[in-house]
Design a protein around this ligand. Structure first.
Ligand code: PGA
Ligand code: MG
Length: 208
């Protein structure tokens, strides 16, 4: 029975409202107009540093180290005001856990914020390994980032579940199957496609 490695933002949780409001505070501090939720959704997926870079680039300027640090501080202080677990995720995780599958997370979100979010949403209990965007020198789509999550679970085989091409490409780089989730922020193509979290246990059983 294969382990399952989940992406976090856009797959297990919808963090876009909190990310948008904190990113807009950082933009406002430098006198820039806010971004819309949809603009920010399309910028999520490559970690916090790239997110801040994209936000400032959208305002015609280059982000500085202090902008990134301000975002990390503001976000990690209180990352779960409007962040929610997608409907159907908890039952899916319970099913997979009850099947005895090792479960892990590989996210590009920095580790401190990841841990805050998992604790606040009572999600940490499901996962035997959590690898954040600054846990290794690599980030998805680099397959070595995903490999660190497998190593944390002490497994060599897994199914990746994510909402972004980065997730699909990291899995492909290790020769692992992936399920693309349509409810998140990105575009991508895996061995299977889920339209709702309730479909995940069945798709995972099919993939092994
Ligand atoms: O922080 C991000 O950019 C996205 O994080 P994710 O890898 O959990 O989707
Ligand atoms: Mg994601």
């Amino acid at each position: 029975m294969r382990a399952v490695i989940f992406d976090l933002d856009g797959t297990l949780i919808d963090a876009a409202l909190d990310i948008t409001s904190k990113l807009n505070q950082v933009l406002a501090a430098d006198g820039h107009a806010p971004l819309t939720l949809n603009e920010v959704r399309s910028m999520i997926g490559d970690g916090a540093k790239v997110l801040v870079e994209r936000a400032f680039a959208a305002r015609g300027t280059q982000a500085q180290a202090q902008n990134f640090e301000r975002f990390m501080t503001i976000y990690a202080e209180n990352p779960v005001i409007e962040t929610v677990i997608y409907e159907g995720i908890i039952p899916a995780l319970e099913t997979l856990r009850d099947e005895g599958r090792p479960l892990g997370i590989c996210t590009n979100k920095p580790m401190r914020a990841t841990q805050e979010v998992l604790a606040a949403l009572d999600l940490a209990r499901f996962f035997g390994a959590v690898v954040g965007g600054d846990s290794t020198p690599y980030r998805k789509p680099d397959p070595r980032h995903l490999a660190a999550a497998l190593a944390g679970l002490e497994v060599t085989d897994a199914i990746m579940v994510g909402d972004h091409a980065n997730d699909m490409n990291a899995a492909a780089g290790l020769g692992l199957p992936a399920i693309f989730c349509t409810w998140g922020y990105g575009e991508g193509k895996g061995e299977a496609r889920a339209e709702h979290p309730a479909e995940l246990p069945g798709l995972i059983t099919r993939l092994g």
